[in-house]
Design a protein around this ligand. Structure first.
Ligand code: MN3
Length: 386
């Protein structure tokens, strides 16, 4: 049995991971579950999956969870700090980090130090501190197994290719709901339009990131660290059908792609049970439903976030951390109608210009950078007029 810790079990990836566990009761066992504030769902999940520990980050809901699970052999903890503690829980083999945003950093570090393999769904962790995390994983001999569909695709293409060099990777992007739109159009869009993703059902933050192409930008940075690449070895190609999940090109020009119907449960299942594949009844691809595949250049002039992400990666140091923190603030502001769609890029760019650059950051530098960028981005949002 693989014993699994799910940090962020009530979110989109978390709930889908539990569906995978439910379908394979002889393969997986849940050790730890954690939720930000959805206590009702956390209680329901705890009653069904009987983990040893649950964490509710919102401390105001501790009593509710504690009372609901009274008499059961389930330890209840509260507060964000408890995440790092449970990430190192001894009776667990894999930690699925399905948290939203840079809050995933500390628990991921704790899990790696405790020798746990990481099923990484929280891309912000690698965006903020990719160098530190990958180095730590090597030192502690743990695997970082990507859950992000594009990175899972690359990871699957690389199985059996350990001795072969990668020339280039292509990350595919659906283009999101605003594919082909102009800046004029984007200047007036509202959250309701941005939240309608054509192919994937995901949480609000990542859906907005997909609409602005920031999600692809974060994925470029994630790919750099996961696969130890130079920025020039990473390319983004728009593929609106979202069937080719990404491609690897080797030094002989040969390319491998991983394909499938868009369903996050597939990369989740692959990461949780790596290296073995599991039978399932997920929808199968049908060629007749897709007579044409298309591939287009990503429009980085209209969707500036992707360009900003490449710029931050070229600059290195704490620059991706600044980009990520500012982005978390502007997405939250956009979801509250406090800022326009295009202004999100403007605030991020200004933060990248104004926050002090640190070439070789330590963990404390990342945490400080994250904090300062959030404060500055918040001030810029307040000053902006929608
Ligand atoms: Mn993705």
């Amino acid at each position: 049995m693989k014993r699994i810790t799910i940090l962020g079990s009530t979110g989109s990836v978390g709930t889908q991971a539990l569906e995978v566990v439910r379908d394979h009761p002889t393969v997986f066992k849940v050790s730890v579950l954690s939720a930000l504030k959805n206590s009702a769902l956390l209680i329901q999940q705890a009653l069904e999956f009987k983990p040893a520990i649950v964490v509710i980050c919102d401390e105001g809901k501790y009593n509710e969870v504690k009372n609901a699970l009274f008499g059961l052999d389930i330890k209840v903890l509260a507060g964000e700090a408890a995440l790092a503690q449970v990430a190192a829980y001894v009776d667990s083999d894999v930690v699925l980090t399905a948290l939203m945003g840079s809050v995933g950093l500390k628990p991921t570090i704790a899990a790696i130090k405790a020798g746990k393999n990481i099923a990484l769904a929280n891309k912000e962790t690698l965006v903020v501190a990719g160098e530190l995390i990958t180095q730590l994983a090597i030192e502690n001999q743990v695997k970082i197994l990507p859950v992000d569909s594009e990175h899972s695709a690359i990871f699957q293409c690389l199985v059996g290719e350990e001795q072969n060099e990668i020339e280039k990777i292509y990350l595919t992007a659906s283009g999101g709901p605003f594919l082909g739109k102009t800046k004029d159009f984007l200047s007036t869009v509202k959250k309701e339009q941005a939240l309608k993703h054509p192919n994937w059902v995901m949480g609000a933050k990542i859906t907005i990131d997909s609409a602005s192409l920031m999600n692809k930008g974060l994925e470029v940075i994630e790919a750099k660290w996961l696969f130890n690449l130079d920025v020039d070895q990473i390319d983004v190609i728009v593929h609106p059908q979202s069937i080719v999940h990404s491609l690897v090109q080797f030094t002989d020009g040969s390319m491998k792609a991983q394909m499938g119907v868009p369903d996050m449960k597939l990369p989740i299942q692959y990461a949780l049970n790596y290296p073995d594949r599991l039978k399932n009844n997920f929808k199968r691809f049908n060629f007749l439903e897709y007579p044409n595949f298309s591939f287009l250049k990503a429009d980085m002039e209209t969707f500036r976030n992707l360009d900003l992400a490449f710029t931050s990666l070229r600059k290195g140091g704490n620059m991706p951390c600044i980009l990520n923190a500012a982005n978390e603030i502007v997405v939250e502001a956009f979801l509250k109608d406090k800022i326009g769609f295009l202004q999100m890029s403007e605030v991020i760019e200004q933060c990248m210009e104004e926050i002090s650059f640190i070439e070789k950051p330590q963990l404390s530098d990342y945490l400080e950078t994250d904090k300062h960028s959030r404060i500055l981005a918040g001030e810029l949002v307040t000053k902006s007029i929608v």
